[in-house]
Each structure stands twice: as C-alpha cells, then as structure tokens.
Design a binder for this molecule. Structure first.
Ligand SMILES: Cc1ncc(COP(=O)(O)O)c(C=O)c1O
Length: 351
C-alpha cells in the first residue's frame, strides 16, 4: 500500500516534534509526501521513539517492511558482519550471498530463478520486461498487452504507474506506457471478456499482473475461485500469470507468499518491502520455462549486492527459524479485535 501518498490528518493532540526542524527539512526536500508532524529518532522491536522521546507502538512497520521489527539482533548482526566484510561489488562477478538468497527463495517458493533489484517498482518493471520478451520470443506476439486490475498498485516508475489501475497516480504523467489494459478485480467474467476482446483480431494478451490481495485497493483479498480460474485460463491460452507480492509476500498474510492463500502458483512473482527487513531490495522470480532473459537484457547496479543479500537471507531465515508466521496467525485475532474494538478511540486517520 502506498500510504505515503495519503494526506495525513493531523491528530488533535499532536504538535510538531520540538527536537526536529521541520521547516528546514521542507525548504530542501521535494514535497512528494504528505507527512505527519513527527520525526522518528529510534526504534526497538515494535516501538518507535520520536525526536522528543515520546514512544509509539509501530503498526506501520515501514509500510509492510520491517519484518523483524526495529533493531532485531539478527538484523543488526547481519548488517554489521557484512558491512565489515564486503558491502558492494558489481554483478560483473559472482556474488555468493546473492546465490545463497536466490537458493533460499527458490527453495521456499514455486520459482526456479531470481533477479535482484532495489524496490518493488523495479521488481515489477523486471517482470513486465520479462513478460514482454517472452511475448516476442516465445508467444509470437508483436504488440503484447498485460492485463492489470482497477484499484491495483504496482509502483511509481512510468511502466508500473501505468500498470497501476488508478488514474489519480497517472494524472499529469502522460504519455503513459502502451500495452496495459484494466479489468475489475475479482471479476472473472470481465477478465474473460477482456481477453476475448483483445485477442479478437490478433493474439495480444501476454500476461495478467495482479496482487494476491489488493493493498491500496482497500485490503481486498483475492478470491480463491477467481485465481483458480485465471490459472486455468493462463494454462489454456499460454498467458503468463504474474503476481505482485511486494506488499503481501514475506509473511504479511501469515503465509510466506500471498499466492499460498489462493491454491495456485504464479509463473512470475515479485517481492520487495519486507524481504530484507527494511534495507532496500527488490526481487523478481520466475519459473524455468519463462526464464528468457539473457546477458545484457536487464541489470541493476546495486541489485543483489553482498550487503543486502546477506541481510535478506538473515531476515528470511529468522522468519522461518522463529516460526513468526505461526505467531502472526495466532496473534492476529487479538490484534484485530484490539484495533477494531478501539477504532473510535485511537486517534489515527487510517483506522
Ligand atoms: C503491491 C505493491 N507493488 C509495488 C509497490 C511499489 O514498491 P516500491 O515502493 O518499493 O517501489 C508497492 C508499494 O507500496 C506495493 O504495495
């Protein structure tokens, strides 16, 4: 979800942090975010402290990102160990930490190969490029179209903001990238009709890109029957199914991947946010049959460097070793009841 974009409602008892000069900040940082009058100085576990020393329970978690919370010992150890050893080398060389992370991810998902980058948008860009190359070289499609959903969110680069089915994010950024078509989410009849329409004269539909659960679209879970039928359609027609796991992957639904809730497997999926627990990373993963990238097709200077891969691997291993997914499922009812029960007394604009 892109909560950064919502205009914060200033809560009644809040006043700008006195220990921070917001005016100086605003004089030189571009105003792309609506910000609370709050500057965070420190975090530990699920607690944050602002520059005035006031403490908060952190329900935002860096927007689905701080998988282990703040200053978790496993995170601190991985960061410290790797930064003291080797933080960055080019992908001109083999990077063992990248291979180890790819191995963990492929062993813990339906994918066979991974590509690493720095953010969710960049991971989705990679997926879009992979689908287009597959369309041109395998499907024989000259003008590939990727179907996405209304109310979706896939990122802010030009291709991913075009993939995002929300005109408010696209306004003033035209011309958008060609080759996208939008359908209502969870509506199989609309999807089937769109495919039929697009393919009426020549085969065009290369891929369907969806979130397993729409975050920005209102925390709307994908329906199992909808996704099962999509999987069937994709298999019948040779269409790639791409799932955007940037928000819901890495345990956000109590499963490692959102698609595990839907009883299907994607051909390509993307991850970012929580994958390295708050250190910038993106990953695009695919099954062997659609692994059509060759040297030179795609790249990222920082993508998969030793530092971020070592940290991500430590986060992923801790998630499994400490059985945090079971813990999330077990504590979910208490947290949900607590939040919904108190929703009128908690001074938060999003509750
Ligand atoms: C589902 C989804 N995809 C992609 C993105 C973009 O990720 P990033 O901000 O890391 O580029 C987001 C971010 O909120 C998201 O929620």
């Amino acid at each position: 979800m892109s909560l950064e974009t919502l205009s914060p409602v200033v809560v009644a008892d809040s006043s700008p942090s006195v220990g921070f000069d917001a005016a100086a900040f605003d004089r030189c940082v571009m105003p792309t975010y609506g910000r609370f009058p709050l500057a965070i100085a420190r975090g530990e576990g699920c607690r944050l402290w602002d520059t005035d020393g006031k403490s908060y329970l952190d329900f935002v978690a860096g927007i689905a990102t701080c998988t282990l919370g703040h200053a978790h010992p496993a995170l601190v150890e991985a960061v410290t160990q790797q930064i003291q050893t080797l933080h960055h080398v080019s992908n001109l060389y083999y990077i063992p930490q990248q291979g180890d992370l790819a191995q963990w991810l492929t062993q813990h998902s339906c994918a066979d190969f991974a590509f690493f980058c720095n953010s969710g948008a960049e991971a989705n860009e990679g997926a879009i490029k992979l689908a287009r190359k597959y369309a041109h070289t395998v499907q024989g499609i000259q003008n590939p179209v990727i179907i996405t959903a209304n109310a979706s969110f896939h990122g802010r680069t030009l291709a991913t903001v075009t993939a995002t089915g929300q005109p408010k994010y696209q306004q003033n950024f035209s011309p958008l990238v060609p080759g996208f078509h939008y359908v209502p989410y969870n509506d199989i009849a609309a999807l089937e009709s769109a495919i039929a329409q697009l393919d009426a004269t020549e085969r065009q539909v290369a891929a369907i890109l969806l979130e397993p659960l729409q975050g920005e679209g209102g925390v709307r879970p994908g329906e199992i029957n909808y996704f099962k039928r999509i999987r069937q359609l994709c298999d019948e027609k040779g269409i790639l199914l791409i799932l955007d796991e940037v928000q819901v992957g890495i345990g956000r639904t109590g499963k490692l991947w959102g698609y595990e809730n839907l009883g299907i497997e994607p051909d390509i999926f993307t991850s970012a946010k929580g994958l390295a627990g708050g250190i910038p990373i993106g990953a695009m993963l695919c099954k062997a049959f659609c692994n059509v990238f060759a040297p030179g097709d795609h790249a990222s200077t920082f993508g998969g460097n030793p530092f971020v891969c070592a940290v991500a691997l430590a986060v992923c291993k801790t998630l499994v070793r400490n059985d945090l997914l079971t813990n999330a499922l077990e504590t979910r009812p208490t947290a949900t009841d607590g939040i919904t029960g108190n929703r009128h007394s908690i001074p938060h604009p999003y509750l």
